[in-house]
Each structure stands twice: as structure tokens, then as C-alpha cells.
Design a protein around this ligand. Structure first.
Ligand code: MG
Ligand code: MG
Length: 261
């Protein structure tokens, strides 16, 4: 069942998602060679709690940490650990959730660590741009398949592949609500979009093939060919017919300045 949100509920979702956006900006401040993913997790958890929220991911389905940190060929759901220390040339997707006032925030950004090869930076740029191609299709009367088609065609035309096993989702009082929002699809197919819907669009795009496998921890996904993968996510409401992005990359990009991708 799809829960349509009132204007008041959308404003509460904006608060949750803005806390996530600011938490990701805290990540931008400290991501550098030598920092462990567990250190990132600690800073994120503290910032979320200081903002009056609760980490939305902590304990969700048994997930043990407050953020997901997925490095290089890891696709999503990487578990922060002292054992993973970032190195120059890495990329890291940080996916973050914050829960406050009964509503979840959920957004992700893939960061460069030091100097990253141009071909990898291009993967990041394309993935981020594909998210906005999806958002352009997010309006009343369009269908879920229009979003997936926009993301998929933009990425595949550039030689990248789209992960199928994991998809975007509705967002609200639960972190994962209906409908599913695949990053692939056919125009005119799927659920019709309506005002009051709030969805997370989150392309996971691979440099090589789309196939992936689960690591032994049962969470982390990694590309089968060990090539890099990127992930960007926004929470988007349909408000009075049009897309209203509830999360934000502005705080991150203020921190990154001219180093923003
Ligand atoms: Mg997320
Ligand atoms: Mg999500």
C-alpha cells in the first residue's frame, strides 16, 4: 500500500532528510586517506543524535551501524569497520538515515578520496546526473517506469550498467515503503505517480557488468567483476504535482568547493 503524505507530513520528512544532508556534509569534511569507515560512522552517529534524531539504519533489519559505507567495488550496504581505512584514489558511498518526528530521512552520496582516476570520476558524475534525470520524470501522472527508463538510458548510453537487485523505495514512517523504484524500466510502465507520494531514487551504477554478490557478512554487496560502483540517492516528494527534493547535496558541495564532482 502506498501512503500519500499531507503537506505537514512532507515538511516533517524534509526535517529528517535535511539532518541526513547535513550529516553527509560532516562526512565530506573528514573523508580523506587514513580515516577508517568506523570513524566516519562514529562522527555520523554523534551528529545525528546531536540533531535530536536517531540513526535510521542502526538496528534496521539487524544492521549494526548508523551509516552504510561502500568502498570502490562495494555497491551498497557496506558495514563500517576499523579494518577499512580509506586510501588515496578510493571512492566511498555513504548512505545515511535519520529518524525524527516519526519520519525517516534517507540519502546517499559517493565521495572521492584524494586523487581519483578520471574514468572513475566520470562514473560518479554520470551516476549523480542520472539521479537528476530520474527526478525530472518525477511528477504527477508519470509512472515509476519513466523514472527507471530515464536513469537506465542515461547510464547505459554512456557504457555503464545498472544494478537490478536493489532499488529505490517509498519513504515515510517506514524507511522502505511501497512502491519500489527500480533504476531500470520502460516508459509508461508501473505505478502512476501522484501528489503526496514520497520516494527515494537511488541509482547504483557500475563501471563494468551489473552483476554483484553478497559478502559473507550478509550485507555488503560487491560487483562480481570487482570494478567500481557508484551510488547517489535523494528523497523526493511529489507536491502539488511537481518534484520537491527533500534531501540536499548543497551542504556537501559547499564543503567540497572546487573539488565537488
Ligand atoms: Mg539510502
Ligand atoms: Mg534508500
Amino acid at each position: 500500500m502506498i501512503f500519500l503524505k499531507s503537506d505537514e507530513e512532507i515538511e516533517l520528512l524534509r526535517i529528517s532528510n535535511q539532518i541526513v544532508a547535513k550529516t553527509l556534509a560532516e562526512m565530506a569534511k573528514i573523508i580523506a586517506p587514513g580515516i577508517s569507515t568506523e570513524q566516519l560512522n562514529k562522527v555520523a552517529e554523534e551528529f545525528i543524535r546531536d540533531s535530536g534524531a536517531v540513526p535510521g539504519f542502526l538496528g534496521y533489519g539487524g544492521f549494526p551501524k548508523s551509516i552504510c559505507t561502500s568502498v570502490n567495488d562495494q555497491v551498497v550496504h557496506g558495514i563500517p569497520t576499523e579494518k577499512v581505512v580509506l586510501e588515496d584514489g578510493d571512492i566511498i558511498s555513504v548512505d545515511c538515515g535519520a529518524y525524527i518526528n516519526g519520519f525517516h530521512g534517507d540519502s546517499a552520496y559517493t565521495f572521492c578520496v584524494g586523487n581519483v582516476k578520471p574514468e572513475i570520476v566520470d562514473l560518479l558524475r554520470t551516476t549523480k546526473e542520472s539521479l537528476y534525470k530520474g527526478i525530472e520524470q518525477t511528477e504527477e501522472g508519470h509512472r515509476i517506469g519513466d523514472i527507471g527508463y530515464a536513469v537506465q538510458s542515461y547510464c547505459e548510453e554512456r557504457g555503464y550498467s545498472v544494478v537490478r537487485e536493489m532499488v529505490g523505495h517509498g519513504l515515510g514512517r517506514d524507511m522502505h515503503e511501497a512502491p519500489e523504484v527500480p533504476n531500470y524500466g520502460r516508459k509508461g510502465n508501473g505505478v502512476m505517480l501522484k501528489s503526496g507520494m514520497v520516494i527515494c531514487i537511488e541509482p547504483m551504477i557500475n563501471l563494468g557488468s551489473r552483476h554483484l554478490f553478497f559478502e559473507k557478512d550478509g550485507w555488503t554487496t560487491r560487483t562480481l567483476d570487482r570494478k567500481h560502483s557508484a551510488h547517489f540517492e535523494h528523497a523526493v516528494a511529489i507536491r502539488r504535482g511537481k518534484a520537491d527534493i527533500l534531501s540536499s547535496f548543497e551542504y556537501i558541495e559547499q564543503v567540497l568547493g572546487s573539488n565537488a564532482i
